[in-house]
Design a protein around this ligand. Structure first.
Ligand code: N01
Length: 531
């Protein structure tokens, strides 16, 4: 058992690493537990072919240290997984964070001792650490899930999940492969697997809107120009998350020709910027349909077989209401002779057998099944740990009908436990690094405030929590996000309560709310003074 700490951090991905750096800088005794054998979080685990970030490299990086952002050189517009992981290794080494991390230790429980105001954190190795504060930097999309298909355990070939990819890679040459799932991970992996596998069957339950990435080497001049203006760009990003070309115009305010030209311009430039072509795409269904129609037309242009093209056209939910996907050669891949698309809505999977996948219409013999089936998002990494607060109630019980917290940062009955980019915060709806830095900075200020005032405990008032949960729900209800069966709503997990998880009001507004709360002496929180 290690000596008593000020802060325990769970996880050593982007959030955990910055938390360690920031809090150690304040003179606090801080330590992290990380289940993996190295730093990186999702970027350590997600090594599937094609894995890269669809936020541009110059923006998907820390802003807290100017020398770091000036010196690190990105090679591509969108960094590949191994480059992001190399960056995080560099950060861990540069700021000497490794000695603060226990690797290969998964936190299994965190219990609050109300008599001593301390968290007791236990790992799967049986280690116990005690600290005044606990920071859950366990990730928003880290609890992966295999599909609940009958017979999956009987498959005698190789079953892989994109989120736990073998570190020495997978050779698909000469193999018959099935990919289940066509979200961001599937969309990135499918074109790569198609190039090396003998046969590829793509099992699609819901088609997604896929805009082209137009990835390219990052020109030295562009990188230099960004670095020269980083202070300004980062300041803007703190208000909007990722810098896009945000339109101030309604899709209805321009002619059909002008609309088409704008969509085409953005389509050619590539990336998520497409969704911001008009300012009502995420709030007005008719406006949204104009963008959806444009993408449908591109799918029909890119895919040779008209039947396959129709299967790939997303319908019945608004564009962007499920996370938009950014792909490279995604639709073109379905023109390859070795690739077959199966529409699971028309012919659902019945079972996985020893060497095959059976749908209601056919049997596909496969050697490898790649599950790109996603995550128990935002809450999964938290509820799979036995977290018990002041009264002994488990967090998973408190959140049985959906997550309840204040500002997404803390939950009543769980004093001194902070959640980074979890439910009730902008989280996955904005650039994760911007969200992480905002949360860690706020948490660090809060811990300092408690130290200055001699307080030992902070937790939200139930009333503040109730109001915040309502505010999160109201913000989502005013958008089209709630009109799709997405993981944002927990719809991908059987039995998970259907609650829109992230705060949709934007990082600028959210930051202002969090700052106001802090400036007011932590209104909505109950602070207890003295040991
Ligand atoms: O997971 P997903 P993901 N039978 O949940 C299907 C981030 N990310 O790993 O839509 C058959 O989006 C499921 O179908 P349906 C990003 O935020 C970012 O792809 O539920 N199919 C869906 O098609 C992203 O949004 C990057 O009907 C089943 C797919 O599996 C988030 O992570 C890259 C099934 C799951 O898609 C999650 O993305 C990768 C079943 N039983 C990830 N169960 C970039 O930066 C599920 N599906 C680019």
């Amino acid at each position: 058992m290690m000596g008593e700490l000020d802060v325990i951090v769970v996880g050593a991905g982007f959030a955990g690493l910055y938390a360690l750096h920031k809090l150690r800088g304040l003179g606090l005794a801080v330590h992290a537990f990380e289940a993996a054998d190295d730093v990186g979080g999702v970027w350590h685990w997600n090594r599937y072919p094609g894995a890269r970030c669809d936020v541009e490299s110059l923006q998907y990086s820390y802003s807290f240290d100017d020398a770091l952002q000036q010196e690190w050189v990105w090679s591509e517009r969108y960094a590949q997984q191994n480059e992001i992981l190399a960056y995080l290794h560099h950060v861990a080494d540069r700021f000497e964070l490794r000695p603060l991390i226990s690797f290969g230790e998964r936190v299994t429980s965190t219990h609050f001792d109300a008599a001593a105001d301390r968290w007791h954190v236990t790992t799967d190795r049986g280690d116990v650490a005690i600290a005044r504060f606990c920071i859950m930097a366990s990730g928003s999309l880290s609890a992966s899930r295999l599909p609940d298909i009958p017979g999956i355990e009987t498959f005698s070939g190789t079953i892989l999940h994109t989120a736990t990819w073998p570190h020495d890679g997978v050779d698909f040459a000469g193999k018959s492969v099935a990919v289940i799932g066509t979200g961001s991970s599937g969309v990135q992996a499918i074109p790569q697997i198609a190039r090396s596998a003998e046969k590829l069957v793509v099992l699609q339950r819901t088609p997604n809107f896929v805009v082209p990435a137009r990835n390219q080497p990052l020109a030295a001049e562009k990188q230099a120009a960004w670095k020269a203006a980083y202070a300004d760009y980062r300041a803007q990003a703190r208000q909007v998350g990722t810098l896009y070309d945000f339109s101030q115009t309604s899709a209805h305010a321009v002619s059909a020709e002008a609309r088409e030209a704008e969509y085409r311009r953005r389509w050619e430039l590539g990336g998520v910027n497409f969704v911001h072509a008009f300012n009502d795409i995420m709030t007005d269904r008719a406006a949204n349909q104009t963008a959806a129609d444009f993408v449908h037309a591109r799918i029909r242009e890119l895919v040779d077989d008209p039947e396959t093209a129709e299967k790939l056209c997303p319908r019945g939910y608004p564009l962007g209401a499920k996370r938009i996907c950014v792909g490279s050669d995604y639709y073109e891949t379905f023109n390859r002779p070795n690739v077959t698309l199966i529409d699971l809505q028309a012919t659902p999977v019945v079972a996985i057998e020893a060497q095959a996948i059976r749908t209601t219409e056919a049997v596909f013999a496969v050697d490898v099944i790649v599950c790109a089936t996603g995550y128990d998002a935002l809450t999964g990494a938290l509820t799979q740990i036995d977290i018990r607060g002041r009264s002994g109630v488990a967090l998973s019980d408190k959140w049985a009908d959906g997550p309840r917290n204040y500002l997404g940062l803390m939950t009543a009955d769980f004093p001194n436990m902070f959640i980074v980019t979890g439910p009730g915060s902008p989280s996955v709806l904005v650039n994760m690094i911007v969200g992480i830095e905002q949360h860690i900075d706020w948490i660090a200020d809060c811990i300092q405030h408690l130290a200055y005032t001699g307080a030992t405990r902070i937790e939200p008032e139930i009333s503040a929590e109730d109001v915040w949960v309502e505010q999160v729900n109201d913000a989502a209800a005013a958008t089209l996000f709630v009109q799709a069966n997405s993981w944002y709503l927990g719809a991908n997990i059987p039995g998970k309560p259907r609650v829109f998880l992230p705060f949709v009001g934007g990082i600028g507004r959210y930051r202002a709310i969090c700052d106001e709360v802090a400036a007011s002496g932590y209104a909505g929180f109950r602070i207890v003074n003295g040991d």
